[in-house]
Design a protein around this ligand. Structure first.
Ligand code: S3P
Length: 190
């Protein structure tokens, strides 16, 4: 993928960033609390692209919240919905997609992400303690966080997958810094 030749911004009023040529999708991965949703929303706004949050899309299609799906149908069912929704989101163009933290744990999802052309996967990295603290502050109900020791195991298991499926790794303090870092990496300057 070429990231050195750049497409100039058009007249879209909110767009302030340059879109790397050859790219149709930017996918953000990382553990819960890594800022995928916040960074994804800001990034999409700057590019004049659409923002798609995988969890929100699952909830919209299922007519239930993620905690409800976990409680009523179990994690396996949630994972099936997650893969089906991922396939459909990866079929769209000019989108920034925020994944759920568990997506890269499934081999099929990793293959999908690796094999979808014109797609940049970016890992928003942070230490486990930082992620947990951010999640607690957000106060969003996350079934996978119910037991912190199990969450730590999941984090350790997933970390190499986040690294491996991503073309770029960002570790920033704030969402604004992350957006800047993503754009620089994609322009080949990071
Ligand atoms: C999960 C992360 C959540 C959501 C679900 C499961 C996980 O997404 O998909 O609760 O297994 O890590 P976020 O990473 O957006 O919180």
């Amino acid at each position: 993928m070429s990231t050195t030749v750049l497409d100039m911004p058009t007249s879209t009023p909110t767009r302030t960033a340059i879109v790397p040529i050859g790219l149709d999708r930017i996918v953000l991965t990382g553990f819960m609390g890594s800022g995928k949703t916040t960074v994804g929303g800001l990034l999409a706004e700057q590019l004049g692209w659409r923002f798609l949050d995988l969890d929100h899309e699952i909830e919209r299609r299922a007519g239930r919240t993620v905690p409800q799906i976990f409680a009523e149908s179990g994690e396996q069912h949630f994972r099936r919905l997650e893969t089906a929704t991922l396939v459909s989101l990866l079929g769209q163009r000019r989108v920034v997609i925020a994944l759920g933290g568990g997506v890269p744990e499934e081999l099929g999802n990793r293959l999908l992400l690796e094999q979808t052309p014109r797609t940049a996967v970016v890992y928003l990295a942070a230490e486990f303690a930082t992620l947990i603290e951010r999640c607690r502050k957000q106060g969003i109900e996350r079934p996978v966080l119910a037991d912190e020791a199990i969450a730590a195991e999941r984090f350790a298991r997933r970390k190499p997958h986040y690294e491996r499926i991503s073309g770029h790794r960002i570790e920033s303090e704030t969402a604004e810094e992350s957006v800047r870092a993503v754009l620089e990496k994609l322009a080949g300057r990071g």
